[in-house]
Design a protein around this ligand. Structure first.
Ligand SMILES: [Mn+2]
Length: 310
């Protein structure tokens, strides 16, 4: 029995409603209810369950991928049971995700947060599986602070820790619009690729896709880890997040950029996360529904990449 068997607790409801063994699935889902460092609105520990409940009530057909995700297996392994200590929790997340990815190759490992902090651990696990995995982040924030509230592992420091470990070339941020002057200076000094909502308006979706392609080429990114902080969307679409920020993306912008950037470049997606859904602050569940829809689109995209699933 491995560490994944020990620390994964079955959820009362599985994503998609049908139990499929991991060997027969295109995507493996893990809930990570990490919610220890929220600076404004806690509640993301309830994210995984709310996203599962929303998924039970939406259609699984993807217009962009021209296929029904119901035709492909999804294996929902439940939630990782976490210790209260954030460092210990991150260590456990990395080991559980690494072991799960190592024993189920070629699947999309999709983590449902929880705070954005989990990406430190889940991206580390993905790099151990394949070192050419680059990180494409959709986020309103840079998360480039050295520390926040005296905590270097706060959700506001995620990208800083990752860049320190793997270098700035590994990372591209799309939708970023809220940061301190120090964070912006750090991003510019390190040459971090980023695209603001104003850039999207000026360049158009096509121009942004071209920018992603250049970044993938320059850094020899054969595989992607896609991290979607739900606050990248405009609060009109996703009010139920820890730190809402006006002037965000519309869902179609994110999906169009992601689909074309990936399918036109032939890059694979090894793993992904959808984080920061905070159900106590949601309105009529619309943020959870958008998160569930985003999960469906990610899984549909994975089936479109790997021809053998067609
Ligand atoms: Mn954010």
């Amino acid at each position: 029995m491995g560490i994944a068997d020990l620390y994964l607790s079955r959820a009362s409801m599985v994503f998609g409603g049908v139990e499929v063994p991991p060997s027969k699935a295109v995507a493996i889902i893990v809930g990570i209810p990490y919610d220890f460092t929220s600076s404004y609105r806690p509640g993301s520990r309830f994210g995984p369950q709310a996203i599962r409940a929303a998924a039970a009530n939406i259609e699984f057909y993807s217009l962009r991928a021209s296929r029904d995700v119901d035709d492909y297996g999804i294996s929902d392994l439940g939630d990782i049971m976490l210790p209260i200590n954030p460092r210990d929790a991150l260590r456990r997340i990395e080991e559980v995700v690494y072991e799960t990815m190592a024993s189920h190759k070629d699947k999309l490992l999709l983590s449902l947060g929880g705070e954005h902090t989990i990406t430190i651990a889940t991206y580390a696990a993905s790099k151990r599986i394949n070192n050419s995995t680059c990180l494409l982040v959709f986020d309103a924030h840079f998360d480039l602070r050295d520390q926040y509230m005296e905590d270097p592992y706060s959700h506001a420091c995620v990208l800083r820790r990752i860049i320190e470990k793997y270098g700035p070339g590994n990372v591209m941020v799309i939708g970023v619009r809220a940061f301190s002057r120090e964070e912006l200076e750090y991003a510019r000094r390190k040459g971090v690729e980023y695209v603001t909502p104003i850039d999207i308006r000026l360049l158009g979706v096509r121009g942004v896709i071209n920018k992603v392609h250049r970044w993938l080429d320059k850094n020899n990114c054969n595989n992607l880890y896609v991290s979607i902080d739900m606050d990248v969307f405009d609060p009109a679409y996703a009010p139920g997040v820890g730190n809402p920020e006006p002037e965000g993306l519309a869902p179609w912008q994110l999906y169009d950029i992601l689909y074309k950037a990936v399918l036109e470049s032939g890059t694979d997606i090894l793993a992904a996360d959808i984080v920061e859904v905070s159900p106590p602050h949601d309105c009529n569940g619309i943020t959870s529904i958008l998160a569930a829809k985003t999960a469906v689109e990610l899984i549909a995209l994975k089936t479109a990449i790997t021809g053998k699933w067609q």
